[in-house]
Ligand binder design. Structure first.
Ligand SMILES: Cc1cc2nc3c(=O)[nH]c(=O)nc-3n(C[C@H](O)[C@H](O)[C@H](O)COP(=O)(O)O)c2cc1C
Length: 353
């Protein structure tokens, strides 16, 4: 057993969070992860023609029906994500109305935008709800944790308005950063910067060596995305999963999308779409010109892959594809990671005299 501040806060057995992988569904995956003792996350699913608020509610209730474990949800708070203000209100409301949801839905992970409006709402109406934010760069952590802003809105509070950070480095799959900072560097920086605030390491993890290393860096646990796609319970298309097995760590590339940079598997789509903009300022300026229609267009291409067209659409995966060679059950993945991490931690502790 490995107990950390994360397992204590989230009331789960293992310090492993399953990463959000919207706009795809991770509802079955989330329940399977919770049933295996780790922490599942319901993704922000906004495939076209579906009401994202109703979908989120349906997905949360489905998870509650299929596990008694704790779990979380992701809300992307990007400028173009017009549904996010309603989603922020939905979670405390559901927790208030439904005692099972209150008992099991412990965490919201915001990402891809400013976490402060969400933090303000949660701390005002549902202070027991835990709120983590995804941080891909140090300057964003400083901004997200800005206590002066929070204290002004909430006089008398301590000011640390998010409860934890998911530090996501450049190796990671899907939504990524402009800054290109590797996970090892970012996690170490965040641990020094965050003080008591727990830091979850994300991007590049798929085994027990990674978990042991992250704990060594001072993180309270890891978050894994790509590793969980290649599992039996994950609802991604089988052709998507099959692409992961032969891929090497050189088979991904960074492109840009409506939410900023994304790491994709090399295919017809990624080689011809969204060449990366090396300069952060230029990319951010470009992003300001994007409209809701651009997001819709991107959603169309996501839907293609969700339905199985794995050549014409974007295959979001991380560099960890190089280390993944099977499609086991979720429980097998988690047990394997935990066993190896325990072995590594015991082995390295012998170095200390
Ligand atoms: C298919 C896919 C979809 C993703 N969608 C989201 C998302 O909706 N919100 C988000 O915050 N991150 C998203 N990400 C990023 C993951 O949450 C996580 O940071 C990443 O998978 C970690 O890297 P790994 O794949 O190496 O484990 C996505 C990643 C993948 C692979």
């Amino acid at each position: 057993m490995i107990k950390t501040k994360l397992t204590e806060m989230l009331e789960c057995k293992h310090p492993i969070i399953q990463a959000a992988m919207g706009p795809f569904y991770t509802t079955k995956l989330c329940a399977a992860v919770a049933n295996a003792g780790a922490f599942g996350v319901v993704s922000h699913t906004n495939l076209r023609d579906l009401d994202p608020i109703k979908e989120m509610e349906k997905n949360i209730l489905e998870v509650v029906d299929n596990t008694s474990g704790t779990f979380g949800v992701n809300i992307r708070t990007a400028r173009l994500q017009i549904d996010y203000p309603e989603l922020i209100k939905l979670i405390p409301r559901l927790r208030k109305e439904n005692p099972k949801v209150r008992e099991q839905l412990k965490l919201v992970i915001t990402s891809a935008g400013d976490p402060r409006p969400a933090a303000h709402h949660f701390k005002t109406v549902d202070p027991d709800l835990i709120h983590f934010h995804v941080i891909p760069a140090k300057w964003l952590a400083v901004k997200a944790m800005n206590p002066a802003w929070f204290q002004k809105k909430n006089p008398g509070t301590k000011g640390d308005h998010i409860d934890g950070i998911v530090a996501t480095g450049y190796e990671g799959g899907g939504h990524n950063s402009y800054e290109a900072v590797a996970t090892t560097v970012l996690v170490a920086e965040m641990v020094d910067l965050c003080g008591d605030l727990p830091v979850v390491a994300c991007g590049g993890f798929y085994d027990g060596k990674g978990l042991a290393g992250a704990l060594g860096l001072g993180a309270v646990g890891i978050q894994m995305g790509t590793r969980f796609i290649a599992t039996r319970e994950c609802e991604f298309h089988e052709d998507y999963k099959a692409l992961i097995l032969p891929a090497t760590d050189e088979d991904t590339l960074m492109t840009t999308g409506a939410f900023g940079p994304i790491r994709l598997l090399k295919n017809e789509y990624s080689k011809t779409h969204g060449a990366p903009v090396p300069d952060r300022q230029a990319r951010m300026a470009q992003e300001q010109t994007l409209q809701a229609e651009d997001l819709l267009k991107e959603m169309e291409s996501y839907e293609l892959v969700y339905r199985g067209d794995v050549q014409k659409g974007p295959i979001l995966v991380g560099q960890t594809v190089g280390g993944i060679s099977d499609i086991p059950t979720v429980k097998e993945v988690i047990d394997r990671v935990m066993k190896e991490a325990e072995q590594r931690l015991r082995a390295v502790s012998k170095y200390v005299s």
